[in-house]
Design a binder for this molecule. Structure first.
Ligand SMILES: [Zn+2]
Length: 316
């Protein structure tokens, strides 16, 4: 578990956001909870889930928790991410009514955060095989994520590098290239449709708002440089028509590149700020608020600042 001070700050961030979400007139608080709401165990009301068609045999269920992508085959369904555990019944309802009545054969976790993999707790006992990176499996077992539900179920199939899954005549390419948003991120690529699911490696909604406060989960193995490198690998090695992010609207390859450029700008700003070697971690935090307009407290600043400071301060 995290030090109690950090946990307290996370809780404070959640309380602030909870109030904001309830008030119609509240100021928007972009992206503080985009990838990881704080109260991860209490079911939250949400609009009914909808099914969005991405290709003939590929669907998306966006909305609360995380986006879920669904490949439909004669052999069964393969899901990418499965929202929170408490979304399971509503998610299965929209799948059954709008997409397919075939069994869910596979669930692929893009990473270990509970808004993406909490549903494992229900899908695994129902007979689905759960696939993740090895670090994703280990982070779930070791309960690395602060505030995650205590009953998280890890993948029963874990890998590093590349895994190819062949289901119902379709190929699915699953890649774990290394650290990014977390140390556990995988991308899931459907070559026949040229659709890639990137989890929280790209926040397209943040681009539309003209700003971003990435949650770099250093505690879970993340890295800002690793994140930039990963996005370079994805865009240089993959033919992509559609990008399904972990949250928000579907985009294109250009959105991955734009997000990568934002991360690079942030890295360069922080490295330049720390370059003279006199700044403390508290200085950096104040700088992120003042000059990068990061909300404080907020999950991104609470979870990313220490790691960025250690990572980007002058060495030696
Ligand atoms: Zn995440």
């Amino acid at each position: 578990m995290q030090p109690s001070k950090q946990a307290l700050l996370v809780l404070m961030a959640g309380a602030t956001l909870g109030l904001g979400a309830l008030s119609v007139h509240a100021q928007p608080k972009p992206n503080v909870t985009a990838s990881q709401p704080v109260d991860q165990t209490t079911p939250q009301p949400h609009p009914p889930f909808e099914a969005v068609k991405l290709a003939d045999d590929l669907w998306e269920v966006p909305g609360a928790g995380s986006n879920v992508t669904i490949l439909v085959t004669d052999e069964g369904l393969a899901l990418v991410d499965d929202k929170y555990e408490y979304h399971y019944d509503d998610l299965m309802k929209v799948i059954r009514e709008k997409i397919s009545t075939k069994k869910v054969k596979y669930v692929i976790d893009t990473h270990y955060h509970a808004d993406h993999s909490g549903g494992n707790t229900r899908f695994r006992p129902a007979g689905a095989d759960i696939i993740s990176s090895i670090p994703g499996h280990d982070n779930t077992v070791n309960k690395v994520q602060p505030g995650a539900p205590p009953n998280m179920v890890p993948a029963n199939i874990a890998f590093t590098g590349e895994m190819r899954l062949y289901v119902g005549g379709r190929e699915i390419r699953i890649n774990h290239y290394g650290p990014g948003h977390t140390g556990t991120d995988v991308t899931v690529y459907f070559p026949h449709a040229r659709v890639i699911c990137v989890g929280d490696l790209t926040h397209i909604g943040d681009l539309a708002r003209g700003g971003q406060y990435p949650l770099i989960d250093y505690n879970g193995g993340g890295s800002i440089q690793g994140w930039i490198d990963r996005l370079d690998t994805i865009t240089s090695s993959t033919v992509i028509d559609k990008v399904v992010p972990g949250h928000g609207t579907v985009g294109t390859k250009a959105d991955i590149i734009a997000y990568r450029d934002l991360l690079e700008k942030l890295r360069d700003h922080v490295a330049a700020y720390l370059r003279d070697g006199t700044k403390t971690e508290a200085d950096l935090r104040a700088h992120l608020v003042r000059d990068e307009h990061w909300p404080d407290p907020g999950l991104s600043i609470v979870r990313s600042t220490h790691g960025m400071f250690m990572d980007l301060k002058p060495k030696g």
